[in-house]
Unconditional design. Structure first.
Length: 626
């Protein structure tokens, strides 16, 4: 009778915790076992470098999966170094004892081959899907094979076994299905292939399976038959480890499509290879179109994260800042600190350094595209410019220096998108501010009365048509020492005598303006004679930080806080309406109230704001008409 041994130093509870808690998805058991198999082959490779009697013919080394549905077994075989009885005791008898890590510590690798396994718990992931795990192994330079078997936390047995070749077979007795889980999926060809492609596609040794395919029967025309043939499932050599000179645009496009990064054609790719205190490779893509859920809570940013070609995380959000969350791609490094399940990255300086470098590379690529491929950049900006503006606004403007040169706005002069640098370069010598106007569309902004004077001076105006625009600019504050100024600001500070109202005229009409303010009863903070209006009779301007567009946006949000801009009603002294107001003030205060309310509501409509009482407004129009 074979003696059952207890697991060293660890309890039944620890094994149960690992099986049920450490891994978020059961399918990762296969990633762990394949990684271990790859480690075992790496060890022979390394020994061959230092042992002249040992040759390493790469074609002789592989990993093979065999699924037996009838007996509910899945076997993972490798032609690696195998294990002695003592190594079985040490590596599989003590939970969280990593043979790969010990091997790596004892033999410093200098040739670029690294050992994937950092923790010894990966092997025990097999118990998530198997009732019984059997290991049959024969070590290099040994004549005896051994069989290790365990039903879980109760312990394990070791006895001599039968195996002709060096290597290891891990045989999993797959659990019966439950109401919650279908374990037999791990015996299906299509499912096993999908898991291999997802996690282990870039393991450097072939991962083989016997695949059943339907083909025409030899010697017949229409008769078909099922044929089983051995196929290599993984692609082995990752594109990011190839020399850039070997790769074409089509290669990068195919990788983008194969990895399902998107259904569009990426506008640009960035291939990065860094060797230094932390080494990594990365391929990043700037997409052409936004994913359908990009501007929603459901969207999850992040790059695929690999450790030595093994997928660790599908979405590692810590590798990208939020403002570049549209970037797709992957990062592969052997220098990162992983947690015990190899699923979540430990927060460390290495990760931050990679993120910082990737951010610089992305910005540099976008700037190059803006400079040299303007049409392509504008295509990108149409999809993701909003995200860049959010980046300027968020975190109290902490990222504004990183992003300000990437922003584009529609220009009143150029009739197209321009950068802030292009605007400032064209500014007139006497121009103090970068002027902008905000509204729902370019067409509506062009018709705003407030733009008349600034445009008449020949100053370029930037049109803000997105709800985030003004908020981002308020956070930006200035660009190249030039402050931003809304054309709706109560004081445009044009510093020209012809742009100012004659103080004598203001004094003469002081009582009229005060009376109009009283009629509006707190709806405006001031009524004044306008210095900006040319053809329009009236407009609204604002004092303070909150503009009319910002008021509309804030009050449209679910948590409406009833924010109000500090409005000023401006009257055009050169318009016939001003004389009507003067006459009414002198002889008919009721008519003055009628005119004042009409003008105020007219100004609200120009701004796209709701009028307080539409019925009263239409009745007032009728009073003027009769």
């Amino acid at each position: 009778m074979v003696e059952t041994k207890e697991f060293k130093a660890e309890s039944r509870r620890l094994l149960e915790m690992m099986i049920n808690s450490i891994y978020s998805q059961k399918e990762v058991f296969l990633r762990e076992l394949i990684s271990n198999a790859s480690d075992a082959i790496d060890k022979i490779y390394y020994k061959a470098l230092t042992d002249e009697t040992l040759s390493f013919e790469k074609n002789n080394y592989y990993i093979k999966l065999t699924a037996d549905k009838e007996n509910r077994t899945l076997t993972i075989s490798d032609t690696g170094i195998g294990m002695t009885k003592e190594e079985l005791e040490t590596n599989l008898g003590t939970i969280a004892k990593s043979g790969s890590l010990a091997f790596k510590s004892e033999n410093e690798l200098k040739d670029g081959h690294d050992i994937i396994g950092q923790f010894g718990v990966g092997f025990y992931a097999a118990f998530m899907v198997a009732d019984v795990v059997t290991v049959i192994t024969k070590a290099l330079d040994s004549d005896i094979a051994y069989k290790w078997e365990s039903h879980g936390a109760n312990g394990y047995t070791i006895e001599t076994g039968e195996k002709e070749t060096v290597g290891t077979d891990i045989i999993l007795k797959i659990k019966e299905n439950t109401e919650e889980d279908s374990y037999e999926e791990f015996l299906e060809e299509y499912r096993l292939k999908a898991i291999i492609k997802k996690y282990s596609d870039f393991i450097r040794y072939p991962i083989k399976m016997d695949i059943t395919a339907t083909k025409p029967k030899e010697g017949t025309e229409n008769e078909l038959e099922d044929v089983t043939e051995e196929q290599t499932i993984n692609s082995m050599v990752p594109i990011w480890r190839k020399n850039k000179n070997e790769l074409t645009e089509e290669d990068y496009q195919n990788f983008y499509t194969e990895k399902r990064f998107g259904f569009d054609q990426p506008l640009k790719h960035i291939h990065i290879s860094v060797d230094g205190s932390i080494s990594y490779q990365a391929i990043l893509y700037i997409p052409e179109k936004t994913p359908f859920n990009y501007y929603s809570k459901e969207y999850e940013k992040g790059l695929e994260l690999y450790a030595n070609g093994v997928l660790i995380m599908e979405k590692c959000g810590d590798l990208l800042p939020d403002y570049f969350s549209f970037v797709k791609g992957m990062v592969d490094s052997s220098d990162l600190s992983l947690n015990i399940s190899r699923e979540i990255l430990q927060q460390d300086r290495q990760l931050k350094r990679i993120e910082k470098n990737l951010t610089k590379k992305i910005k540099s690529q976008l700037q190059t595209m803006l400079k040299n491929e303007r049409e392509k950049y504008e295509t990108f900006y149409e999809s993701f410019g909003r995200q860049l503006k959010f980046g300027v606004y968020s975190d109290f403007g902490a990222n504004k220096d990183m992003l300000q040169d990437l922003l584009l706005f529609y220009s009143s002069k150029e009739k197209k998108l321009v950068s802030l640098d292009e605007y400032v370069t064209r500014m007139k010598e006497d121009q103090k501010y970068i002027y902008y106007a905000a509204g729902e569309s370019i067409k509506r902004i062009e018709r705003l009365p407030q733009t008349e004077l600034v445009a008449d001076k020949g100053y370029e105006i930037l049109y803000f048509t997105e709800d985030i625009d003004e908020f981002a600019i308020k956070m930006l504050m200035n660009y190249k020492e030039k402050e931003f100024k809304s054309v709706s600001a109560s004081d445009l500070e044009l510093n020209e005598e012809e742009s100012k109202v004659d103080p004598k005229l203001e004094e003469e009409n002081k009582d009229l303006l005060e009376e109009m303010k009283n009629i509006l009863n707190g709806q405006v903070s001031k009524v004044k004679i306008s210095s900006r209006l040319k053809s329009h009779p009236v407009c609204l301007s604002t004092e303070g930080e909150v503009t009319i567009e910002m008021e509309k946006i804030l009050n449209a949000m679910p948590d409406n806080q009833h924010v109000k801009a500090n409005k000023v009603l401006e009257i055009n002294k050169d318009h016939a309406v001003f004389q009507s107001l003067t006459n009414a003030f002198a002889s008919d205060k009721e008519k003055l109230a009628l005119f004042t309310n009409l003008l105020y509501n007219q100004a609200l409509l120009i701004e796209g704001l709701p009028i307080n009482d539409p019925v009263e407004f239409t009745n007032n129009i009728c009073k003027v008409m009769v």
